[in-house]
Design a protein around this ligand. Structure first.
Ligand SMILES: CC(C)(COP(=O)(O)OP(=O)(O)OC[C@H]1O[C@@H](n2cnc3c(N)ncnc32)[C@H](O)[C@@H]1OP(=O)(O)O)[C@@H](O)C(=O)NCCC(=O)NCCSC(=O)Cc1ccccc1
Length: 329
């Protein structure tokens, strides 16, 4: 069976074995802004890039529910408990929606959604760096809602007009819901920022703890940072519009004024805005540490994967009841 993970990390030369006429027609559709659908002809490179992107996005939504789930029983009030429970539920829903989109793309390889879960548990499918991190205090849960969801909105709205129709349509719904999540995070942050000295300190510590992970959220600036980048490929096929660095700058533009207006700081003495070049100059996060984190050696990687594995095992009976085929056993 074709293993897209083995191939997916290294996107192949698109034109190598493609019919040039089909490829040209396909690119003409992309250029014209048409949407590509699951059953349409598409180059291998396009399919593999989408599988990699959408399966990682879907799995990250599912793994992303875990850091906040830890706070569900410990949320300070009933209102906060209900809010965070609803958010966790939404993130799981996004994950399921996206894995269905990925599943259609996997059909030619005889792979299913289940295989993606197995790839995750084997360590072959990565999940997003932020979800390997600790949520030490309630303020961390607030920062996840406010700034991680804020970052997610920026990276996902960048693909709201993606050339692949099923992903583009799923993103419409996901982005709308993420806005509620960011508002939920903002409400937690406002309460802490206007609270006691202890609460403000807790919030500042959480921002300090999350800062490098938030910078890493958008991925490396270029291949030279980490050794690989698919940005040119996703842009060529009009899956995304802006580069990782442009997205990071948009995040800094939007959120730094908000952070400062709450009297908070970020742990970077070198941070300043270059008026001439119109961009933020900031201290690069440790990209070697990033590689370690996304290689499942982050502070909570192993525990979160184990938690997912236990949930997957415990829910086996549901999969069997819904689809009693050998593939689901
Ligand atoms: C922008 C990027 C993340 C990266 O751009 P690309 O063009 O794909 O990558 P590029 O070639 O530049 O990178 C080189 C290598 O580094 C990898 N890598 C890079 N960055 C990361 C990373 N941050 N974490 C881990 N790995 C990363 C990359 O895979 C590649 O690996 P390779 O060497 O090929 O094996 C893109 O995948 C994207 O837009 N994804 C869709 C949106 C999405 O996934 N959203 C987030 C989750 S949902 C959410 O947050 C909502 C929520 C909130 C709160 C609670 C719960 C839920």
């Amino acid at each position: 069976m074709y293993n897209f993970v083995e191939h997916g990390g290294k996107v192949t030369e698109n034109t190598a074995n493609e019919d040039p006429i089909l490829y040209e027609q396909f690119m003409a559709r992309i250029e014209a802004g048409e949407k590509i659908e699951a059953d349409d002809w598409m180059p291998e490179e396009y399919r593999q890039t989408l599988i990699k992107l959408i399966s990682m996005h879907g799995i990250s939504e599912i793994m992303g529910a875990l850091p906040e789930k830890e706070w569900t029983p410990k949320a300070p009030t009933l209102k906060r408990k209900l809010g965070i429970m609803a958010k966790v539920q939404d993130e799981m829903g996004h994950g399921q929606l996206l894995l269905r989109v990925a599943e259609d793309l996997l059909k030619p390889y005889g792979k299913q959604r289940e295989d993606l879960m197995h790839d995750l548990l084997k360590g072959d499918l990565k999940f997003h760096n932020v979800f390997h991190m600790n949520t030490k205090t309630w303020a961390d849960a607030g920062v996840v809602g406010w700034l991680v969801d804020g970052a997610a909105i920026i990276s996902q709205t960048n693909m709201l007009d993606a050339s692949y129709g099923p992903y583009q349509r799923a993103l419409q719904r996901i982005c709308a819901e993420e806005v509620f999540h960011a508002q939920h995070g903002e409400a937690i942050i406002m309460a802490l920022a206007e609270g006691t000295e202890e609460q403000r300190n807790m919030l500042q510590e959480a921002v300090n703890r999350w800062w490098p992970a938030l910078l890493m959220f958008f991925g490396p600036g270029s291949a030279s940072t980490t050794g690989s980048s698919k940005q040119e490929v996703t842009t060529k096929y009009k899956i995304r519009k802006s580069s990782n660095e442009e997205l990071r700058q948009a995040f800094l533009d939007k959120y730094l004024p908000r952070v400062f207006s709450l009297g908070l700081t970020v742990p970077d003495d070198t941070l300043h805005y270059n008026e001439e070049e119109k961009h933020w100059v900031y201290q690069q996060p440790d990209w070697n540490e990033f590689k370690q984190i996304i290689g499942n050696n982050g502070p909570r990687s192993k525990e979160r994967l184990r938690l997912r594995e236990i949930a997957y095992e415990n829910n086996r009976w549901v999969r069997q009841a819904l689809a009693p085929s050998p593939a689901y056993s």
